[in-house]
Ligand binder design. Structure first.
Ligand SMILES: C[S@@+](CC[C@H](N)C(=O)[O-])C[C@H]1O[C@@H](n2cnc3c(N)ncnc32)[C@H](O)[C@@H]1O
Length: 410
């Protein structure tokens, strides 16, 4: 089965893949997951499981992270072609846990390599070793996969006089070589002016002056993705990035004549990618599927449609019962939510919401609207003195939320 290509999906890669992608449809996957977030707004965007996971990470535990990443790796495995490859980018803190999940899902025998991306930037420490590498796990789905050896070579061999067990010589064309003799007596000839293939890649991170720099905090260098894409796919193949940030994988795939698909939960990231891709030769307009609406669009929605939309975007469950009077939904199924498609929501609305909270024996709730009056803020301060914690959230903040969230991602 085929999938649409050369487009961006905004959303959680787990649900995007589940809803839109058939099995065995992409040739290569790159995945560069986040390991932290800005708690201020994340509570509105992420589901309970994700929030719990990041909170635990903050406290030093990874128990739920493995379950979270595992669900997304399972989807990656499902959509990858049987002859496909996946590269999962990790840091030194999380790699070990992720490796176990990858082994469980892809099979230990399909683990092909652990690539070390070595760079020289980053701080020095007086108390421990300088941290100068990321880890990239390379897995395949079966025993058959694409590996374009000629693009995998990273640097010419040293042409010194030491043979290290082989026989050094020069052929009739003047090319230096080394012959190695196998136990069987067979001679293998390696040309010393050819690059070597190995799994320690020395590539510098994107420089501050680089014209390709997008300003996205976690942007990876083109060279890194070029190597992966050239070696593990062919022109016209489909390359998928599940958490594509500012779209490095997509831009490089396009320049190498691959088809590409990017997914990111951040609408800000999707906008950066769109601009980046539309600036490339041969691309006119890029479609983003699943982007949240603008304030202008939200004002035009019908009342129920607006409530549905807000409940959906904030992981809230809409109320169905008349006993829930004054409460439109429950954030994460628990915290009461009042949704107003209005500007300048005032004291009266806050006051009524207080009554609704008391009736439900709740001491915390959120009101979402386009803006609030001074009186509304004064009323929430008064309610706080009475033990009720009411948060007033402006739509503009909500829309901007994932921007704040993502710029702080490490
Ligand atoms: C480390 S960054 C990726 C950087 C990217 N490789 C680049 O070169 O720009 C991680 C990205 O994952 C996205 N993200 C976090 N959770 C996600 C999810 N559940 N589904 C899709 N994207 C997600 C974040 O918005 C962020 O842009």
């Amino acid at each position: 089965m085929k999938t649409a290509t050369n487009l961006i999906y905004r959303g959680d890669c787990h649900s995007v893949l589940k809803r839109n992608f058939p099995e065995n449809c992409v040739n290569l996957i790159y995945m560069d997951p986040p390991f932290s977030f800005n708690p201020k707004y994340a509570k509105l965007w992420y589901d309970k499981e994700t929030l719990q996971m990041f909170e635990e990470i903050r406290k030093g535990s990874v128990k739920h992270y493995t379950a979270w990443i595992s669900k997304r790796i399972e989807q990656a495995h499902r959509v990858l072609k049987n002859t496909g490859s996946i590269y999962l980018h990790c840091d030194w803190k999380f790699g070990h846990y992720i490796k176990v999940e990858m082994d469980n899902i892809f099979g230990k025998n399909n683990f092909q390599d652990e690539i070390i991306w070595h760079y020289s930037v980053g701080g020095k420490s007086q108390k421990r070793w300088g941290r100068k590498h990321d880890t990239i796990f390379f897995y395949t789905k079966s025993k058959k996969w694409t590996f374009n050896k000629k693009h995998a070579k990273v640097e010419p061999r040293k042409t010194g006089s030491k043979s290290f067990g082989g026989r050094i010589g020069t052929d009739e064309n003047g090319r230096p070589y080394q012959d190695k003799i196998a136990k069987s007596g067979k001679i293998y000839r390696y040309y010393l002016d050819e690059g070597r293939i190995h799994d320690v890649w020395e590539i510098q991170p994107i420089q501050s002056q680089d014209k390709k720099r997008t300003g996205y905090f976690t942007q990876k260098p083109d060279e890194l993705l070029e190597r992966i894409i050239k070696v593990s796919s062919n022109p016209k193949d489909i390359v998928l990035d599940l958490m594509c940030g500012c779209g490095t994988t997509l831009a490089v795939s396009h320049s190498l004549r691959r088809q590409w698909i990017g997914i990111d939960i951040s609408s800000q990231a999707c906008e950066v990618i769109k601009q980046r891709m539309e600036g490339l030769e041969g691309i006119n307009k890029v479609e983003i599927r699943g982007l949240p609406l603008t304030i202008k669009d939200l004002k035009k929605l019908g009342g129920f449609e607006f409530e549905d939309y807000i409940c959906d975007m904030t992981n809230s469950v809409k109320t169905k019962h008349t006993s829930d009077k004054g409460i439109d939904g429950y954030h994460l199924g628990e915290t009461p939510l009042q949704i107003k498609q209005q500007e300048r929501v005032g004291r009266k609305v806050v006051d009524e919401f207080e009554t609704a909270l008391r009736r439900k024996n709740k001491n915390h709730g959120n009101i979402i609207a386009f803006s609030f009056t001074k009186g509304a803020y004064e009323e929430t301060a008064r309610a706080r003195d009475d033990g009720l914690d009411i948060e007033l959230i402006k739509m503009s903040e909500l829309i901007k939320a994932d921007y704040d969230l993502e710029t702080l991602l490490e």
